[in-house]
Design a protein. Structure first.
Length: 105
């Protein structure tokens, strides 16, 4: 298929490429005890150094969920949030979830 068939032109791809996902449905993967969660601890729940970059890494799902609860006061599900999360999957299991603010990408 060409760009015209999708109603697109070269200006729609400033990076020179795009990924077109034909199946827009949700995909579910399993979290494990070894899943690594990395996020910016904006509320200093786990990081004790306010002047640092506040990046925090843990394998404790409850800490990640606490961060999401503090960060997301309106209980917006992860799938509806606009802050990018990079999810690494291997054999159907989530290896890592990394939250990245625009200024940290």
């Amino acid at each position: 298929m060409g760009l015209k068939e999708f109603g697109l032109n070269e200006s729609d791809f400033p990076n020179g490429y795009s990924i077109i996902q034909k199946n827009n449905g949700e995909t579910t993967f399993e979290l494990t005890d070894g899943t690594i969660y990395t996020f910016t601890d904006v509320n200093l729940l786990f990081v004790n150094e306010p002047e640092s970059n506040r990046l925090y890494t843990t394998t404790k799902k409850d800490e990640f969920l606490k961060h999401l609860g503090e960060y997301n006061l309106n209980d917006v599900p992860l799938s509806k949030q606009t802050l990018p999360y990079f999810i690494e999957v291997k054999d159907g299991k989530v290896i890592s979830i990394t939250e990245k603010f625009k200024y940290t990408i």
